[in-house]
Design a protein around this ligand. Structure first.
Ligand code: IYR
Length: 230
């Protein structure tokens, strides 16, 4: 890639890369793994409040994610309002009843059995924060021009991964909830049709007696998930 400036392309020096001593790098990688491996999807939340500022900082971290053409095609609708949570629960449970009642099909329902999930979603009202993650087909850039976005699902998913990691790192539990279809979130959150809801992220403290399915503790080994060619 040329670093010669053009009218649009203005190179600036890499501003804040931190190089670590080689001997420290493995320890840092291990420390990150030791932290992130303690992340578990939780479906039983405490109603204990979580400060808005904590969610805001985690969202700021999510907003640093890479995205197609750096268009940052995401919007996070953050719901702490009890009436809105109740509306979301009612709408989600209606979809989930149809889903678990047969719309999912036998194979999908069989795949979910080890998770022990069902159409009842009390956590949508119990947890202090619901973060509806939207991806925009088009959006307004900093210069005020509305442009088409690229790699929207990939970009939104990467930002959501950052957000889940940030919330976990801060000491919160999350659930990546995906009622299907979830277009009801556009209306409840007041988002335009050009945006599609991708994930409803539930965030809060786990309930004191929270359980996880044993199935969720079975992670594939490194040799199953990676192949090296040296
Ligand atoms: N949306 C449903 C079903 C569901 C689907 C998958 I794939 C999961 O990993 C978990 C649940 C629900 O939230 O119950």
């Amino acid at each position: 890639m040329s670093t010669a400036p053009t009218a649009d392309f203005v190179p600036v020096p890499l501003p804040d890369f931190v190089e670590h001593a080689p001997g420290e790098m493995q320890a840092r990688a291990q420390a990150f793994y030791d932290g992130i491996r303690r992340r578990h999807t939780v479906r039983e939340f405490a109603s204990r409040p979580v400060p808005r500022a904590l969610i805001e900082t985690c969202l700021a971290a999510a907003g640093t994610a890479p995205s197609g053409a750096n268009h940052q095609p995401w919007h996070f609708s953050v719901i702490g309002n009890a009436a809105m949570k109740a509306r979301i629960r009612t709408a989600a449970e209606e979809e989930e009843r149809a889903f678990y009642g047969g719309r999912a099909g036998a194979e999908w329902l069989a795949a979910l059995r080890p998770l022990g999930t069902d159409p009842d979603k009390p956590f949508l009202e119990v947890a202090p924060w619901l973060i509806c993650v939207f991806g925009a087909r088009k959006s307004r850039s900093a210069d005020g021009v509305v442009r088409k976005n690229y790699y929207v699902p990939e970009s939104v998913s990467i930002a959501t991964g950052f957000l889940i990691a940030a919330l976990h790192h801060a000491g919160l539990a999350t659930l990546t909830h995906t009622p299907a279809p979830m277009s009801f979130l556009n209306e409840i959150c007041g988002r335009p049709d050009v945006e599609k809801p991708y994930i409803l992220l539930v965030a809060g403290y786990p309930a004191a007696n929270a359980h996880i399915p044993r199935h969720a503790t079975e992670k594939k080994s490194l040799s199953e998930i990676a192949t090296f060619h040296e």
